[in-house]
Ligand binder design. Structure first.
Ligand code: ZN
Length: 213
């Protein structure tokens, strides 16, 4: 199973990615993990990425693309992979297509998680993260027993800057402008499967597996 996930921030892709990777026994490849691994190992690509980040600039597509290409040569992708957070735009999608075609291992499916903006804003703006253990909770959907205190470790729950309404609105704009076009890209290629991202984690997981059959 060679699969990628696409959907707006707040759609719960990370949780589903872990579940699906385990279900299909394939590695969960997220761009965040690839970046951290390259930075930690001090690879040539990691150093290039770091030089942009140190200047407060976005890491260019060419560097991200090469990191993903490198990751897709590791032994553990022999039976497939699940890409999460990549591609983020049409150029990256084209790059990935070429890499996979050259390797003779084309993509099987792009799974889209669909969610209305109002729902995304409600989800993200109510999210709280523990300073102690990093556990997530939600003031409406998954409240802690004591407001502001982590159930798991007693640490302080805080509201990430990333989850402020204005920042969320900006993230959604960037998504609509840059990432949403890849949905049509994969639809045209006959690879798109779309599911609703509303409901319990287990319901969404069951939908995903049914859509990928
Ligand atoms: Zn905690």
């Amino acid at each position: 199973m060679r699969l990628l996930l696409v959907g707006p921030p707040g759609a719960g892709k990370g949780t589903q990615a872990q579940f699906l990777a385990a279900h299909y026994s394939i590695p969960h490849i997220s761009t965040g993990d690839i970046f951290r691994a390259n930075l930690k190992a001090g690879t040539e690509l990691g150093n290039q990425a770091k030089s942009f980040m140190d200047r407060g600039e976005l890491v260019p597509d060419s560097v991200t693309n090469d990191m993903v290409k490198d990751r897709l040569t590791h032994d553990d992708v022999a039976n497939g992979f699940l890409l999460d957070g990549y591609p983020r735009n049409i150029d990256q999608a084209d790059f990935l297509k070429n890499v996979l075609e050259k390797a003779g291992t084309p993509l099987d499916a792009a799974l889209e998680f669909k969610l209305e903006n109002a729902e995304i804003i409600a989800r993200l703006s109510g999210r709280r993260v523990c300073r102690g253990c990093g556990e997530n909770s939600h003031i409406i959907f998954n409240p802690s027993k004591v407001a502001g205190v982590c159930d798991a470790c007693g640490g302080e729950l805080y509201h990430r800057k990333d989850d402020d309404a204005e920042v969320i609105a900006h993230r959604l704009d960037v998504y609509a402008e840059q990432t949403e076009p890849i949905i049509d890209y994969y639809r045209s290629a006959g690879l798109l499967r779309t599911i609703s991202a509303i409901g319990e984690v287990s319901e969404i997981a069951a939908r995903a597996i049914a859509a990928l059959k």
